[in-house]
Design a protein. Sequence first.
Length: 137
Amino acid sequence: MLIKGSSGYELQKEKPNTSEDFFNRSELVIEENGKERVFHVLYLRYFEENIQEFTPFQQNPIFNAGTRDVELKDIVALACFIKHPEYRNRKRVYIKEPAEFSFCFEGLDVDKLIGFFQKLEENKSSVLQSPLEFIKN
């Protein structure tokens, strides 16, 4: 499976009576069997505001990959995709529970994640052989 991009952004209010400004969206661009698709994860911004409580990271940006400052919202979709093989055929996931969000980061090999993003920045794509390669033994 070829990963062509991993990014995230904060949602903005479109109308005064909506709650978009409480959410972030993380996206993973995937090419598989010659078809490109986007996997989206919508999650509460609260998790990012309290990054130390829910992830192994201390602050944003969490690391640098080439000239890019990688923030938590840039890796959430990738982390969910790695930890939840059942998401492989889904287009969208919504995470509102703290335990579910934290699970996406439990046991992740941060050094391998950083290496993956380095390749992604250098080559504009990176091959994801097996999600298991990102899990610590």
